[in-house]
Write a protein that binds this ligand. Structure first.
Ligand code: DHB
Ligand code: FE
Length: 291
């Protein structure tokens, strides 16, 4: 494979990821219909009026021209056409929504879910190896720890869901050509609330750059990088589910994540694995009781 065809393939896969994120989100919303509430009229009136007013204020303050207004209009149309609203919202807005949603928590920190979660990944017991290809590239990583309640009780049977990108930054079920559950799994904590996951250390990740979001990034002179990360959902009956991500020290983008999702509490401390190749890292998840 030449370098050109390799990068063309990578570009095509990234473009698919955006469109698939829209389709997946629509499916999940349809499945939840009837179970989730509708936002009431007074709240829609309040929030929509506030958003419209803030944008009008910016136009007046910044003396936005017709040229700029039309560029915005064309760009907004393209975000929809490219299926990139999930990307745009999860990168530039979700971090604030998550901050509001988790303000009251005493347990482990959460952060954004992003566009690439799929529920019901295969069951890996308490210490299985994540589903991966025979020749999956990457450095082995043992991720181990305990799930506890804020009062210190181990939560036997707690569910730890993990999903992450492959060595090229692609997520299965969004980028084409990957096995269905590649680098996705669900672990159940043992009697002591412990789990041990064999996976690979993920690579830093660029959000898709060839669509509308990439166009904005280029036009503004920004970069598209997220630091390498592992995504988790951790849950147990009677406790609040935590959606989070964990990061690796020394990543060049820990301080300027395009999605503003890094928090100091979410930094891992990987060590060389004395028992084998690669790294081992410990992290405990602490859950708040449901209110
Ligand atoms: C996006 C991708 C991610 O992997 C993530 O964690 C957050 C956002 C994105 O492309 O929008
Ligand atoms: Fe991600």
């Amino acid at each position: 494979m030449t370098d050109t065809s390799f990068s063309a393939e990578v570009t095509a896969k990234a473009a698919d990821s955006g469109a698939n994120a829209s389709a997946q989100f629509r499916e999940r919303m349809a499945a939840a219909a009837g179970r989730s509430g509708v936002v009431d009229t007074a709240r829609v009136d309040h929030l929509a009026s506030k958003v419209i007013k803030s944008i009008n204020d910016i136009v007046l303050e910044e003396k936005v021209s017709y040229e700029e207004y039309n560029a915005l209009k064309a760009w907004l149309i393209k975000v929809g056409e490219d299926g990139e609203w999930p990307l745009f919202l999860d990168v530039w807005l979700e971090h604030s929504v998550e901050e509001v949603a988790s303000e009251h928590r005493e347990g482990s920190k959460g952060t954004i879910e992003g566009p690439y979660y799929i529920p019901d990944a295969p069951d890996m017991g308490w210490n299985g190896t994540i589903p991966m290809r025979d020749d999956e590239p990457g450095t082995p990583l043992v991720f181990q720890g305990q799930v506890r309640a804020v009062d210190g009780r181990p939560l036997s049977g707690a569910k730890v869901e993990l999903w992450h990108a492959d060595d090229l930054g692609f997520y299965s079920q969004f980028a084409p050509g990957l096995p269905e559950w590649n680098l996705r799994g669900t672990w159940s904590a043992n009697d002591d609330g412990r789990f041990e996951i064999n996976t690979l250390r993920p690579a830093p990740y660029q959000i898709p750059t060839e669509g509308a979001c990439g166009q904005l990034i280029a036009a503004a002179g920004w970069h598209a990088w997220r630091p390498a990360h592992l995504h988790f959902k951790v849950s147990a009956p009677g406790y609040e589910l935590i959606t989070t991500q964990l990061y690796f020290p020394g990543d060049p983008h820990n301080d300027d994540d395009i999605a503003s999702a890094v928090k100091p509490e979410l930094m891992l401390d990987p060590k060389e694995n004395p028992a084998g190749e690669g790294f081992v890292t410990d992290y405990d998840f602490v859950l708040d009781p449901e209110k």
